[in-house]
Write a protein that binds this ligand. Structure first.
Ligand SMILES: *Cc1c(COP(=O)(O)O)cnc(C)c1O
Length: 417
């Protein structure tokens, strides 16, 4: 792609963009002069789709209208809503519908699936993860290790980039897996590192983990709705993600979980159970003895959360209308590439720590600044840019393809200069 640093070029790109109509489907926070802000924070909290309000209103109306009978009688019976959700969410992560369940929140799901898939033995007890993983994942893993009576300092192996480098090399990840060999119980990585924006080679990591007999799971918080995923074909054991980053389903909204179908029939897989994961056809017989529902849905614990589900459903509907991840990712590559091009035109000494190869990143560029970084960040904010600052000196910029235009990116580029 030959980019140009001028407004007519950006406008022309927008005119040709098959997703151009979607910007108007979102609410943008207003800048103090009343204009829309330039929103580059979809990696942290996605914008509110305009159909969210109607979806909530509809769920409230059904509750009003049907009371408890809404479980069976409403136009969208609440009892079976998890199946509609799995249908909508499965293509986003490249899974079969029965491998996906929408429930709880991200860190909760991580714990639940670690209960099933982190089964340390005397010989095989270690967890391999990327150094500097998102803190919630670090705390979850540390507490799981302690729960099994193990010492996190021994049981958790963290892999760091080479000296002088910002991102991990796949070969080094695979070598570490190889070195740890049959002491590895679980390989647990982010799909995309939240700080650097590096998109890991999930297929190679899965193959590497399986080669030494470990289980492999991913936290897709920054990957779901951002980059193409093929969890089923890659043979990933389990994955979890949240609904509020690229998936635009509202602050703290409902999250997702994936369990590969090869685990469905394993009777030895322990889990923390609740009635919502119990065999659906017999749930209301209220019998003793847990019998899981088929598929990932069998990991549900509590009653479906109808309002957050409605918000998530409304947003996933837009992903479907947009043509799904292949279409979104196609734009993401050019749009993020355009931002990288514009940053390269600046005389300011930025260093982009996100990989420059488009297949190794999604819609985020992490810009390492110097001691004036905070001033730059404040300057962007004063000029109507919403992005995010990570201590000590990184600005994360995420042009989400669903609602960011080439013109937005061009304007950001001018301010960054
Ligand atoms: C955003 C994020 C979280 C947040 O977890 P919640 O349970 O939704 O609060 C956890 N892990 C990663 C990798 C994240 O990016």
């Amino acid at each position: 792609m030959l980019y140009e640093d001028n407004l007519p070029f950006a406008k022309q790109m927008d005119a040709q963009d098959p997703l151009r109509g979607f910007k108007d489907q979102f609410h943008f926070p207003k800048h103090h002069d009343g204009s829309d802000t330039l929103y580059f924070c979809g990696n942290s909290l996605g914008l509110q789709p305009k159909n969210t309000e109607g979806a909530i209103a509809e769920a409230l109306a059904h509750w009003r209208q049907y009371g408890v009978e809404g479980w069976f009688l409403s136009e969208k019976p609440w009892l079976s809503v998890h199946r509609d959700m799995s249908e909508l969410a499965a293509p986003i992560v490249g899974a079969k519908p029965d491998e996906v369940v929408i429930m709880n929140t991200l860190t909760v799901n991580l714990h639940l699936l670690m209960v099933s898939f982190y089964r340390p033995t005397t010989q095989r007890f270690k967890i391999l993860m990327e150094a500097g993983a998102f803190p919630s994942d670090q705390y979850a893993v540390e507490s799981q290790v302690r729960f099994h009576g193990l010492d996190p300092k021994i049981a958790i192996v963290e892999i760091k980039p080479r000296v002088g480098e910002d991102c991990l090399r796949t070969e080094d990840i695979l070598q570490t897996i190889e070195n740890e060999g049959d002491t590895l119980s679980l390989v647990l990585f982010g799909g995309i590192n939240y700080y650097t924006g590096q998109f890991f080679d999930l297929q190679k990591i899965t193959e590497g983990g399986h080669r030494v007999g470990a289980r492999v799971g991913f936290d897709l918080a920054h990957a779901a709705g951002n980059v193409p995923l093929q969890l089923h074909d890659w043979g990933v054991d389990f994955a979890v993600w949240c609904g509020y980053k690229y998936l635009n389903s509202g602050p703290g909204s409902i999250a997702g979980a994936f369990v590969h179908e090869r685990h469905f029939s394993d009777p030895h897989l322990p889990r923390f159970a609740g009635w919502w994961g119990y065999n659906e056809s017999k749930r209301f017989q209220m019998e003793a003895g847990f019998e899981p529902m088929h598929g990932a849905a069998g990991w549900q614990i509590s009653t479906a959360q109808i309002i957050p589900v409605a918000m998530h459903q409304a947003s996933l509907q837009l992903f479907k209308e947009a043509g799904g991840m292949p279409v979104l990712y196609e734009k993401a590559k050019t749009l993020t590439g355009y931002l990288a091009f514009l940053l390269g035109k600046s005389s300011y000494a930025f260093k982009i720590i996100t990989p420059s190869v488009s297949t190794e990143r999604g819609s985020q560029l992490s810009v390492l600044t110097d001691e004036n970084g905070k001033k730059l960040f404040d300057y962007l904010a004063e000029n109507g840019v919403i992005c995010d600052w990570r201590e000590p000196n990184v600005i994360r910029l995420a042009p989400a393809p669903m609602y960011c235009s080439y013109e937005d990116v061009w304007r950001l580029g001018q301010l960054m200069k």
